[in-house]
Design a protein around this ligand. Structure first.
Ligand code: AVI
Length: 333
């Protein structure tokens, strides 16, 4: 079930929420991930309000090159990117976050057409709404549909448009999905695309571990706080008694799997209980709770993912260091 509300005097903001039976179920995921071995909590649960704020701080860190690299491509290419079809177009973004980079595309589109519709999907509801309100204030010719949902669920409720749509999946958010999940998600997007629509995916590229690892383990310790926030969230929301000081954040780049593997490592033998789940479990010294993967792509990986999803690579752009790529796909006919 979808709940809809139209907010604001000028009706330029529509908020869609999925009812709780479809909403992300943190409790179920924590139970499933911590009941057996190896232990894990899916990274999508990082993004409550506190986690979303911490992620914004990460994007400003000197070590975290991804956001800056992607932004630099948009700064040079935004007009070309939105020029994929005759105007007007509309935008649909999955995992919009603060929509900071998207502003460059919004501005480019508004240079070429009088008004623009933007549908933004994000799991963090309050964050999504405050971002949408800021956008509406800054761009009087913009209308926003804010969809508080996980990526997959959102596909059924994204508004139809009678103009070409540019779907956006930026920031290498795709890299937090396992390859098979990523391919399924791209295939789902493809199945809702018309022949004129395009999909733009931001993907972090393979490079030396000495560049990648610090991006996921910064000197200031913001990424460690971001990672540990998922345990703090279990304490807040599920009555868990995780002692955050007895875990250490670990981020290693696996060359073999081309991905960063992030985990919280127990620094001692310890028992944890989660009262609302009626769950007690033991962690041994050095035992990991896996929290995230962040895939880095080679060009063959990009082609393989696209082929598997029924997409064809139409264009691609890189930053000056070739660290990050923006890939534009069109649906196979
Ligand atoms: C959101 N996502 C693309 C980030 C990444 O780089 O994988 C999440 C992140 N995790 C640690 N630092 C940033």
């Amino acid at each position: 079930m979808v709940r809809t509300s139209e907010l604001g005097k000028d009706k330029r903001l529509k908020v869609l929420r999925l009812d709780s039976n479809q909403a992300p179920d943190f409790a179920a995921a924590v139970r499933a991930g911590l009941s057996g071995t190896p232990k894990s909590i899916p990274s999508r649960f990082f993004y409550d309000d506190i986690g979303s704020d911490l992620f914004e701080q990460i994007t400003e860190l000197p070590e975290y090159y991804l956001t800056r690299s992607e932004q630099s491509i948009f700064e040079e290419r935004a007009d070309t990117i939105v020029g994929f079809a005759k105007k007007p177009i509309s935008l649909v973004e999955f995992g919009s976050g603060s929509s900071k980079k998207t502003r460059l595309l919004i501005e480019a589109a508004l240079r070429q057409q009088a008004a623009l519709s933007y549908a933004a999907v994000d799991i963090s509801e309050d964050y999504l709404e405050s971002t949408a309100r800021r956008l509406l204030k800054d761009y009087p010719a913009l209308s926003v549909t804010a969809i508080a949902s996980e990526y997959f669920d959102s596909l059924d409720i994204i508004p139809q448009a009678n103009c070409p749509r540019l779907f956006l999946f930026l920031g290498s958010n795709i890299g937090n999905l396992e390859d098979d999940e990523a391919q399924r998600f791209l295939a789902r997007i493809k199945s809702s695309m018309a022949s004129e629509d395009r999909l733009l995916v931001g993907m972090d590229l393979e490079k030396d571990a000495s560049i990648i690892e610090p991006a996921y383990d910064d000197l200031e310790g913001i990424t460690a706080r971001f990672d540990k926030n998922v345990l703090a969230r279990a304490n807040r929301e599920l009555g868990a008694n995780f002692d955050l000081d007895s875990f250490v954040h670990r981020a290693r780049y696996s060359q073999v799997r081309s991905r960063v593997e992030v985990a919280l490592i127990s620094q001692r033998e310890q028992d944890v209980s989660i009262s609302e789940l009626d769950l007690d479990f033991h962690l041994s010294l050095g035992e990991p709770i896996h929290t995230e993967i962040s895939r880095k792509y080679g060009l063959e990986d990009v082609q393989r993912l696209a082929r598997g999803a029924g997409l064809t690579l139409a264009d691609r752009w890189f930053d000056s260091q070739n660290w990050f790529g923006l890939f534009m796909f069109k649906p196979d006919l």
